[in-house]
Design a protein around this ligand. Structure first.
Ligand code: ATP
Length: 472
């Protein structure tokens, strides 16, 4: 494949700069890593290769079959599933499209499904609804579905995000094998260290232009590579406000006794005794499907089984007539699920402001102080230019950044960050970690951090709760 003098114009006439320019890029048949900061033009490249945008210039030897895995596709699938949800009509829980059905859509014959499902560890999940899968399981289904299409070219956006360490290694090996068998791979990532070593070549994008495309060895030695790893130093302290709520001394922030949560026969949490005491910070660790998001839903009051458990949190013994808002007002939260479900048609500033009210969108009076404080946070993150833009039109990484700010804005008693850096480039990731470090130092919030990756930039004396693979 060869690209010459490519130019994608902005649809918005106010924005005069092109959305993407590529002078010359000979992709050939080798596998590439594609890396660039947030908003560097990777999203437009993705659309270009998927034939979703108009462009000027020449593209030769376009492969006949291309399959892709992206967050956009994942968001669209979840939105479709929610739209098709028949639970109200059926008067029972509608599981939606089953994993087997989703794979079947891409397979030539039904017999092809089982081997690939086994390869991805999905064989036990074939009869489960796609919507109820964990983040990592969802990612594996989308990857398996893309492979079943037997593409000549496989385009993957942040393919390892959301995967646990073992799955990451396993899928990296599988992709390497595919590359050896002649499938051309294009792996797009936001953080340079996420590119596997076995890739033959790397292309770097910046300011919506292809900067360099060369052998992986050459690019890793170049100044462009170093620039990708530079982080912006935050010179001002972040605008942390006093914590809006407090607890009597000795009162646990959260306490679960003999916790038990199941989905049908699938026992995800069994006999868990765990508490977050005041002044403690925690990391929640466990492989894909081990129940981390389930536990977070219990903490946030979003799981129906929080009422059948013995839970004391924020001075409240659960199940005594409290409302969900009595719980949520103490919590600031970011997660992939929140991002998928934040579907209100509002601008980024409104999303940040909704953090004061724990809502999706804003339905209450916003004070001038809240507005200027939200803007101060956006400015601190160099994201004030996003304030007036529609949230759903932002890139995945920009959306994640806005949701992180939404979680921070009210200085919650409990700050829950579930994969907060997913979709962020190195610079944005480091700024988020700086904010989190400062919040911890300030003593205003207690942190519950969930991630499959180690972040050396997180300076926190965290205790760790390890969840084992769930018993069935
Ligand atoms: N509504 C549901 N119905 C059936 N099974 C479910 C439902 N929700 C979650 N599960 C299953 O429970 C298990 C735990 O899911 P959970 O999302 O808590 O895992 P996780 O540890 O957060 O995983 P990941 O690291 O992939 O995000 C998974 O196997 C998932 O498929």
């Amino acid at each position: 494949m060869k690209l010459d003098n490519i130019r994608i114009e902005a649809r918005d006439s106010v924005f005069n700069e092109p959305l993407l320019t590529i002078k010359h890029w000979s992709i050939g048949s080798q596998s590439w890593g594609i890396v660039g900061r947030n908003n560097s033009g990777k999203a437009q490249l993705f659309e270009l290769l998927m034939k979703q945008v108009n462009y000027k210039g020449d593209i030769a030897n376009w492969p006949d079959s291309i399959a892709a895995v992206s967050f956009g596709e994942q968001q669209a699938l979840v939105a479709q599933e929610l739209k098709n949800d028949q639970s109200d009509i059926l008067d029972e829980l509608d599981p939606g499209t089953l994993v087997a059905e989703l794979l079947q859509q891409a397979a030539v014959t039904p017999a092809e499904i089982l081997p690939i499902a086994e390869q991805f560890g999905l064989d036990q999940l074939l009869q489960q609804g796609f919507r109820s899968l964990s983040t990592g399981e969802t990612r594996k289904v989308l990857l398996a579905r893309a492979l079943l299409r037997r593409p000549q070219l496989l385009l993957l956006e942040d393919p390892f995000d959301g995967l646990d360490v073992q799955a990451r290694q396993q899928i990296s090996r599988l992709l390497e094998q595919l590359a050896g068998q002649g499938v051309q791979l294009l792996l797009m990532v936001d953080r340079p260290d996420d590119l596997p070593d076995w890739l033959a070549a790397i292309a770097v994008f910046a300011n919506r232009t292809l900067l360099v495309a060369d052998s992986a060895e050459q690019v890793r030695l170049s100044a462009h590579w170093l620039t990708l790893k530079l982080s912006q130093a935050a010179n001002q302290p972040p605008p942390i406000s006093d914590c809006a709520t407090s607890l009597p001394a000795q009162e646990p922030v959260f306490q679960l006794r003999r916790g038990r949560v199941s989905y049908g026969d699938h026992l995800v949490i069994d006999g868990l005794d765990w508490s977050i005491q005041q002044g403690e910070h925690w990391r929640l660790i466990g492989p894909n499907g081990s129940g981390k998001s389930t536990l977070l839903k219990v903490i946030c009051g979003d799981h129906p089984q929080c009422y059948s458990n013995d839970i004391r949190q924020f001075g409240i013994q659960r199940g005594n007539g409290e409302s969900i808002w009595d719980i949520k007002r103490h919590i600031g939260m970011v997660s992939a699920e929140l991002q998928l479900n934040y579907r209100a048609r509002v601008n980024a500033l409104t999303v940040v402001l909704s953090g004061y009210f724990d809502s999706i969108g804003v339905y209450r009076h916003v004070s001038q102080h809240q507005k200027s404080h939200a803007m101060a946070w956006l400015q601190w993150f160099h994201a004030e230019h996003l304030a007036a833009k529609l949230f759903h039109q932002l890139s995945y990484g920009e959306q994640r950044l806005i949701l992180v700010i939404r979680a921070l804005v009210k200085s919650p008693l409990l700050l829950i960050l579930d994969e907060p850096l997913q979709g962020l480039d190195e610079a944005n990731a480091q700024v988020v970690l700086t904010a989190v470090n400062r919040i911890i130092e300030s003593g205003h919030s207690q942190l519950l951090y969930v991630s499959h990756r180690e972040e050396p930039g997180l300076h926190c004396d965290c205790r760790a709760l390890h969840l084992p693979v769930a018993a069935t």
